[in-house]
Ligand binder design. Structure first.
Ligand code: AOF
Ligand code: ZN
Length: 363
């Protein structure tokens, strides 16, 4: 199953909104076939592994990270392929929360007389698909709030200088995340001050869909994002149609009209619903501090990635990662669960979940 998990990870950033799945077929103690789900619409991991078998898989053991599907989607049911190939025994990492499967895949195999063991390396198998597990049940994106700050909690100096807070290893890690998640979201303030490109700049990487939360369509036509909007998909979330929105659309951006919240800003829960309807299963929220607080306050964030650099910059006016009004009492602070700490060069990456799931409590 550990090997199957490694294979599953090859699908990162390529299978959305499907899950990453790996499969290994073992006969007489030897691996005779392997495969993974390579891209959305492509063969599932089990069918790929069966297709790559070096010998007849009849009687073999099949290890798969996610319950085999039993429905016809873009591809035919994997349970059919397992039965046709006369697999002898099946080991499953975790059940598929897709209501079309959800235990029925296991039942079909057992009813056909195949011994099935579930929950093998279950935590790891669930964790690699935290995005899929969220998206298939809520139809809104899994949102990761990312920021880089100094040890005294600043994302920029008092003059606004932020190039660079963290070192190269941490910045490469951010690009790896951009390569894996489907969308990247910033507030228009970040576009106005930093003029970022928000692309993935690692070899062989692919760009996330860029989303700008821009209630009044203030994104400049000569910003880097709009100048590249014909090459990299770009969504501008506004609260109503305007001449400026029309000009941004003519420049190649897609305009998404969202409900307004009490302050007249884009309603983040509505934005998330609309992104989900467009099959955007995950979003990296990269700034700025006002949007970060609004997103936390609206309850649309699921995970936090804090890159911390051992430097002190000071400055009462230097921005913290999470601004906005803030919560009034320490008792209202949002706790993070399943915290992990990863050293990256001279910096640290702290990651935690905002929702306490069985997987995060065991990290
Ligand atoms: C598996 N093995 O490798 C994957 C599974 O429409 P489709 O054909 O792309 O199917 C997508 C659904 O199938 C997805 O929502 C999930 O329930 C399951 N994915 N199942 O047995 C795989 N990728
Ligand atoms: Zn399948």
């Amino acid at each position: 199953m550990r090997r199957a998990l490694k294979l599953a990870a090859h699908g990162a950033g390529r299978v959305s909104p499907n899950p990453m799945v790996g499969c290994v077929i073992v006969k007489d103690g030897r691996v005779i076939g392997e495969g993974w789900h390579e891209y959305c619409g492509g063969l599932h991991a089990e069918r790929n592994a069966l297709a790559h078998c070096a010998e007849d898989p009849a009687g073999a053991k099949l290890y798969v990270t996610l319950e085999p599907c039993c429905h016809s989607g873009r591809t035919p049911p994997c349970t059919d392929a397992i039965l046709e190939c006369r697999i002898g025994r099946v080991f499953i990492g975790c059940l598929d929360p897709n209501p079309l499967v959800a235990g029925k895949g296991v039942q079909i195999l057992r009813n056909a007389g195949i011994p099935v063991e579930t929950g093998v390396c279950e935590d790891e198998c669930r964790r690699i698909n935290e995005v899929f597990f969220h998206f298939i049940t809520h139809q809104t994106p899994f949102v990761v709030l990312k920021y880089a700050m100094t040890l005294d909690g600043k994302i920029a100096s008092r003059t606004g200088d932020s190039r660079w807070v963290t070192g190269e290893a941490a910045r490469t890690h951010v690009h790896e995340t951009r390569n894996q998640l489907t969308g990247i979201l910033v507030g228009v303030g970040t576009v106005l001050t930093d003029d970022p490109l928000l692309t993935c700049r690692i070899a062989g990487g692919r760009n996330p869909v860029r989303i700008i939360c821009d209630s009044h369509a203030r994104t400049p036509l000569d910003s880097q994002i709009i100048r590249t909007a014909r090459e990299v998909p770009t969504i501008i979330a506004v609260t109503g149609w305007s001449d400026r929105a029309a000009a941004l659309e003519r420049a190649g951006a897609q305009i998404l009209i969202c409900a307004a919240d009490a302050q007249g800003h884009v309603s983040l829960p509505d934005l998330m619903r609309q992104l989900g309807a467009r099959q955007i299963d995950s979003v990296l929220l990269e700034g700025g501090s006002a949007l970060a607080f609004s997103a936390l306050d609206a309850g649309v964030v699921h995970k936090v990635q804090a890159y911390i650099t051992p430097k002190l910059i000071g400055g009462a006016d230097a921005k913290p990662p999470v601004g906005g009004a803030g919560f009034a009492k320490m008792a209202d602070a949002l706790p993070l669960y399943g915290l992990t700490v990863t050293p990256l060069g001279e910096d640290l990456l702290l990651e935690g979940d905002l929702v306490c799931s069985p997987a995060s409590s065991k990290k």
